[in-house]
Write a protein that binds this ligand. Structure first.
Ligand SMILES: Nc1ncnc2c1ncn2[C@@H]1O[C@H](COP(=O)(O)OP(=O)(O)O)[C@@H](O)[C@H]1O
Ligand SMILES: O=C(CO)[C@@H](O)[C@H](O)COP(=O)(O)O
Length: 468
């Protein structure tokens, strides 16, 4: 058996899987937590990786490795390749105003969508670069290069024996990369920073970019959502909804989208195609927060949520606990609305939380459908895909069949699949452990329409800027 490893260096933790390169069978796993917060030293990701791999038997016999990472984070390097400051992560909202400025300066949202496939929001690397230039001129002056979380960790795994590399998927989330021509847009870096940056070379999807000190092949790696698409074997006409720290919804496409409202980002994928994607800042943590508020564990939370009727008897939960990105409301806070003496129950509160989180993506999925074609089925992934309530309520909110898997680290497995591709030259066919599928019934589709209208109305009334 030839072994390959995949690393998922995501927001809350690092997860590692070791797989049979031919079948994808998972033979070993490990994980370690990341520090909390939206401003984190990249060194902490390497430390977590070292903790997770401290047992030498984990990577024994592994012939290839690949790192997938949280997208967009700004890792600043000086002329010696040392870290200039802590990384600003994708969910750090301080660059919200910078995104607005950059949109104006390039001539509007359509100009950005045309140039890069996406419209800047606080999350995008280009907005963080502008924030650095504006707020920390000394750090900006020392910054020779900006790389992404997965680029940096990949470079460290190779003991810095090659120049930093990235891949087309993660590069497309910087907003200074054009995934149609596969070229950087240094003019957009200049717009953000006032000068050009040294940027990592964009490796091919199954290129061998280097070797670890212990002799394993290193694959290019990619962004975490791109890796999950690989891990789940995403096919045209199907979507993935991921509920980790973020909420994401995406499809694979053979053409780049250029959606001007910024709801859908026109990212590239890790296979040479595209990955139009909707991302919210508020995924699984809403469920965890409400469960804590109710004083129950996640299993009990699931039971409560499923015991309430669709629509939560009028209780609505706008899940903007960490501000929001889609729609771009970096300063927003969460809202709990429609409460009465009769409906204020733990069950309605639990269900409304799930409905609010799912609805915030359903709203984006409608735009995704318009931009990238119809969607026949959604596969759930990310931490909260293990929630029975999410699985049961999703068909009612999306009005679509919902497939779910056994506990499955789709990002890490996707990275491992890429490693196998780099090792053997062939992208292997790996079986996805689909456990079941819930179909929406007619009543649920109707309920989805009503819930959608209620939430859109609440969004527009509470955040009038979204109606403009
Ligand atoms: N059954 C569950 N219900 C709801 N949330 C869950 C469940 N299991 C895990 N989570 C949450 O999912 C999140 C982790 O998901 P993950 O996809 O690993 O996140 P990330 O990739 O952003 O680090 C954590 O906030 C965790 O508490
Ligand atoms: O910013 C995005 C996508 O554009 C996020 O999806 C990050 O890539 C973080 O992912 P998770 O840690 O939530 O998996």
């Amino acid at each position: 058996m030839r072994l390959v490893a995949g690393v998922d260096s995501s927001t809350q933790s690092v997860k590692i899987v070791v797989c049979d390169a031919e079948t994808g069978e998972i033979v070993r796993t490990s994980r370690a937590p990341h520090p909390d917060g939206t401003e984190v030293s990249a060194q902490a990701w390497l430390d977590a990786y070292r903790t997770a791999t401290a047992d030498p038997s984990l990577l024994e016999g592994v012939e290839a490795i690949s790192v997938a990472g949280q997208q967009h984070g700004m890792v600043t390097l000086d002329e010696d390749g040392e870290l200039v400051r802590d990384a600003l992560l994708w969910n750090d909202n301080r660059s919200g105003g910078d995104a607005v400025d950059l949109i104006k300066e390039l001539g509007g949202a359509a100009a950005w969508a045309e140039a890069t496939g996406s419209v800047p929001v606080a999350s995008m690397t280009v907005s963080k670069v502008r924030w650095l230039a504006r707020n920390e001129p000394d750090h900006a002056a020392r910054t020779q290069s900006v790389v992404l979380p997965h680029d940096w960790l990949t470079w460290q795994l190779g003991d810095r024996s090659f120049a930093p590399v990235t891949d087309r998927g993660d590069a497309s989330g910087t907003l200074y990369f054009d995934a149609t021509s596969n070229e950087y847009r240094q003019d957009l870096v200049r717009l953000a920073l006032g000068r050009e940056l040294e940027l990592p070379r964009v490796a091919g999807p199954n290129e061998v970019v280097g070797e670890t000190p212990w002799g394993a092949v290193i694959a290019p790696g990619t962004g975490d959502n791109m890796a999950a698409a690989l891990g789940l074997g995403l096919r045209p006409g199907e979507a993935v909804v991921s509920l980790g720290t973020s909420g994401t919804a995406y499809v694979q496409s053979d053409r780049q989208t250029h959606e001007v409202t910024g709801t859908v980002s026109g990212f590239a994928d890790a296979s040479g195609a595209y990955l139009p994607l909707v991302c919210t800042l508020n995924g699984a943590r809403n469920l965890v927060a409400t469960a804590e508020l109710l004083g129950v564990d996640l299993a009990e939370f699931d039971k409560l949520a499923q015991s309430a009727p669709p629509g939560s008897e009028g209780v609505s939960y706008l899940p903007y606990l960490e501000g929001e990105r889609t729609p771009p409301l970096p300063e927003a806070t969460g809202q709990l609305l429609g409460l009465t003496l009769k409906n204020l129950t733990p069950a309605n509160l639990a269900r409304a939380t799930v409905e609010g989180v799912l609805w915030s993506l359903a709203y984006g999925i409608e735009v995704l459908r318009r931009e990238a074609g119809d969607i026949g089925r959604i596969t759930l992934t990310g931490g909260a895909a293990q929630s029975a309530a999410v699985r049961a309520i999703a068909p009612a909110v999306f009005g679509l069949p919902i497939a779910f898997t056994e506990p499955f680290e789709s990002v890490a497995v996707g990275a491992a699949r890429q490693a196998a591709w780099a090792l053997t030259g062939e992208l292997p066919d790996w079986k996805v452990p689909v456990l079941g599928q819930h179909e929406p019934d007619e009543h649920e589709v109707k309920a989805a329409g009503e819930l959608g209208e209620r939430y859109l109305d609440l969004l527009h009334r509470n955040f009038p800027q979204t109606t403009a």
